[in-house]
Design a protein around this ligand. Structure first.
Ligand SMILES: *Cc1c(COP(=O)(O)O)cnc(C)c1O
Length: 371
């Protein structure tokens, strides 16, 4: 840790009973903990790092982030184990990706150990906000959102010379309240998420701003999420915009689109690492939409799922889209239209490590609050 991190406990944290009421049904992203981490970059150096009471920011109306979107973020979770201890899952992967996103958005790089230390210090300060799962089938965690914004008051177009880094946290309940359900993906012809040389591999707010119209288009077609194709040929599967994509074949191969313009998910990487334990062969390669449609029709592809920190694994049970050649809408069902057994097995294997129910043989957990 190169940052000198001061800890100023919130003078008026939420009362125990009010917090307990929130933790009983937190939903996602609706409630926030008592503290936040903040550090400022000014005169070419990180300074004023502190854990302090959660409070609104004051920004000059000309702050660069408000005009040119110079912003990046991360998403990870803290998990409470049965013995009461609290753990982060591979936070150094998020730290690395945050540094890469910063480079792409011309923001100053926060040293990776400072990223992990500020996240850990926030979870320590807000340990009471980490939910306790009711049993092994219940998911409840503290979602952590580190981010960085350009705060310099200046309307010229160049990298901001003043930046704020912050970490906030929000308790999260099960993503699927009534058990894991499959989603339908809309294969958008109209929009692309990323192109070569763009910001697809960076976790930046601008990518999400551009995804909202596509998401609305998906909803109009009765779909929950979007499946993006590549920007150049509009032929190759990329990802679903907040989650990476996986296919399971009838002979035990787990296929995922190669890196490049997609976001390199920590969940994606962890699944590729865990899958051989479940008897799967893993392949990272380009997969075309035409190939996917053929292989779904023939039964060669048995399952499809999407993966990301928030929902862990989401089974994909159908695709809808507009056929470029005929102009007609099509719908393809995946397997028998129900969540696949392989997706559910991988989901359980990952959750068991995160919640301490399986041995952490890969050293993925970092304890931040002892039992
Ligand atoms: C964050 C994100 C993911 C998933 O990454 P995880 O590290 O697994 O949470 C996938 N795609 C996009 C576009 C993302 O922003």
């Amino acid at each position: 840790m190169t940052l000198d991190l001061a800890v100023h406990p919130a003078p008026a944290p939420l009362a125990d009973d009010a917090r307990a009421a929130i933790l009983a049904d937190p939903g996602f992203g609706r409630y926030f903990t008592d503290h936040m981490a903040v550090a400022r970059w000014q005169d070419g150096a990180w300074q004023d790092a502190e854990i302090t009471a959660l409070a609104p920011f004051s920004l000059h109306p000309s702050a660069a982030v408000l005009h040119y979107g110079q912003e990046i973020f991360e998403g990870l979770k803290a998990y409470r184990h049965a013995d009461g201890s609290v753990h982060l899952f591979r936070p150094e992967k998020n730290a690395r990706r945050f540094a890469q996103s910063a480079e792409r958005l011309a923001l100053p790089v926060l040293p990776e150990d400072d990223f992990v230390a500020t996240v850990a210090a926030l979870v320590e300060a807000d340990a009471a906000w980490v939910p306790t799962p009711r049993d092994a089938s219940h998911e409840a965690s503290l979602y952590i959102r580190p981010f960085m914004i350009a705060t310099e008051a200046f309307l010229g177009v160049r990298p901001s010379q003043e930046v704020t880094y912050s970490v906030i946290a929000s308790p999260a309940g099960p993503y699927f309240a009534g058990g894991v359900q499959g989603v339908a993906l809309w294969v958008t012809e109209q929009y692309t998420r990323a192109s070569r040389g763009g910001t697809g591999a960076a976790k930046c707010g601008g990518n999400y701003a551009a995804s909202l119209a596509a998401q609305a288009e998906a909803r109009e077609h009765g779909c929950d999420q979007v499946l993006y194709l590549d920007g150049e040929e509009h032929a190759w599967l990329e990802e679903s915009g907040t989650m990476n994509l996986f296919l399971v074949t009838d002979d035990g191969e787990l296929v995922t689109p190669s890196l490049g313009t997609i976001l390199e998910g920590v969940t994606r990487d962890s699944i590729l690492d865990l899958a051989p334990d479940l008897g799967l062969r893993t392949t990272e390669r380009r997969v075309s939409l035409a190939e996917l449609r053929d292989d779904l029709a023939s039964g060669r592809v048995r399952e499809v799922f999407a993966a990301g920190t928030a929902a862990v694994i989401t089974p994909v049970t159908a695709f809808r889209g507009r056929d470029a050649a005929t102009g007609d809408d099509y719908e393809v069902t995946v397997g028998d239209g129900a969540p696949g057994t392989t997706a559910l097995a991988i989901r359980t294997a990952l959750l068991d490590v995160q919640y301490g129910r399986a041995e952490d043989t890969r050293g993925w957990l970092r304890e931040v609050v002892p039992a």
